[in-house]
Write a protein that binds this ligand. Sequence first.
Ligand code: PLP
Length: 413
Amino acid sequence: MNSDWFSTPLTSADKQVASLIEKERARQFQTLPMIASENYASRAVLEAQGSILTNKYAEGPLGKREYSGCGVVDRIELLAKERAKKLFGAEYANVEPYSGTQANQIVYFAALKPRDKILGMHQEDYGHLTHGNPESFSGAFYSSLPYRLSPKTEQIDFDAIARLARRRKPRMIIAGYSCYPRKVDFAKFREIADSVGAYLLCDIAHLCGLIAAGQHENPVPFADFATTTTHKMLRGPRGGLILSKAKFENAIERAVCPGVQGGALMHAVAAKAVAFREAASAQFKSHVRRVLHNAAVLAEELQRLGFKLFAGGTDTHMVVFKLKGSGVDFAAAQNLLEKAGITVNGMPLPFEPKGPGAVRIGSPALTTRGMGPREMRQVAGMIARVLNSAGKPAVLRRVKREVGELAGLFCLQ
Ligand code: PLP
């Protein structure tokens, strides 16, 4: 039998896809990715994710699969689970969620009934879609009670959350966000949840790298559930992870399959195992300290250049700076910066839906590339020049050239 279809490399088998992948590789390394949720996975993670494990069906919980031939993949999943439990100090870990969104969906499916009340951050204050946004399953199937940031400090308003919880008695309280640059006092959320008999779900998708490295309070020992993505600061494959108390094991496993998913993505599970091992290393801990230092330098420099910081500053890997007075709104800012080779997220500010908004940037990917405080100051300067350029092509061209030069010095290859 002719086996060419099986053994031909991608560059010959499908030139179109191969060349687009090559273009994306060039884009990732010739530009400055400052999207706070993006990063670079290691070669080891990519090899595991691109492995023949993609061929294996493993549906149902570990050890009780619906399919035969799962001996090897079961050992891989066990490794991933044990590494995740150790990394976060969890009693139970489920490594099968296909994404952060599905990790949250699985937890809701395990712990709640349709229309139960969930209390999560309001979407305009950067609550994640899955925390009760009416356009997501979480707002459609559950009764969403959004809480808001303090308009004065732009930080979490625990008194208001406690009052709302006492009045409306939610079944679950959700803490953890996509665009909140300050530390989150998860213990205070535990107190509020206990005071009304609610479950506490901590969504640590953004903070998990800091938590794994001991640079942020770890809610896993006291939250009922914690969910995270594995592809942000953890530098793993795209995917989700659920950590919980042991007593929820059966409910979560039933919610994974048949509840929400089919067969586990064993190639992704293997890549998660590799990423958890990397995240337990001393090298990762010192990398995360550099991530934090770089974010602090970005924040300081942007302030020096005249930008005001959302929530008064940063304690994390993320900086959100306001565009008021710069002459551009968030959509134009995102667009101009992309033209100059710097990728960011722009969005409206809470309480000012019609104002120019803000830009969210993060230091993880550039820190992975090896950049330090000197480069952070340089990048903050480039951002300011682009935003103050009124879109002048000459300025954008000049900054793009500088971006290319800097990127070329830190290309990880
Ligand atoms: N939870 C939070 C706090 C997030 O920031 C994100 C993604 O940005 C998610 C959940 C969802 O993750 P995914 O994109 O893998 O579905």
